[in-house]
Unconditional design. Sequence first.
Length: 225
Amino acid sequence: MFGAVVSHAFRSVPTRLHTDAVELNTWLLYLAACIGLSLTPGPNGLLALTHGALHGVRRTVFTILGGALGFAAVIALSLFGIGALLAASADLLFWLKLAGGAYLVYLGIVVWRSAPIQAAATNPGARPAHPGALFAQGLLAATTNPKGILFFVAFLPQFLDPDASLLVQFVVMAATFVVVEIVFELGVARASQAIQPWLARVGRAFNRVTGGLFVGVGVLLPLQR
């Protein structure tokens, strides 16, 4: 008797939190896709690695939060029509790619010219990076890549329910991706601290490799169709 009651109770649990929410099965698939996407190397993950090594995990949190806000904005733009405009306007897409590429090149130059990790850590006169500057770098890295918007334009519709509230689905999808990305980038920043002794030994080589990667991505971004 008790088993039958429990079984009936589980069967009666709705698959939605309410009529406008995302179905549980759809959300689980979306969560798995977000995890896979976050594990794919990108500018914000590279930025978390670099800032974690140069500035420490606590300050890198500002970089990560800036990126999280940027990703939420990108998802909003994708869901509410700006992505379709980018897909339709080749000229607008080109200029946005050019702007995004230029910013990544700028970031690469900044990282390239940064003091070696060991020197930055032992120089008492060095001013710590301002949290606002770190936040802005994370935000701009996430929002200046129009390919991110186009990706979400193609990615998100697979999980949308046309009969449910678009606003509620945006909140659920943006919150899910942002939380996954924050956890991943915090892990990357912590990992950079674990290998900091090695990074200190290689000196400027780490800055030049990561700076070169930013420059390379920035140069290639406008060239990709």
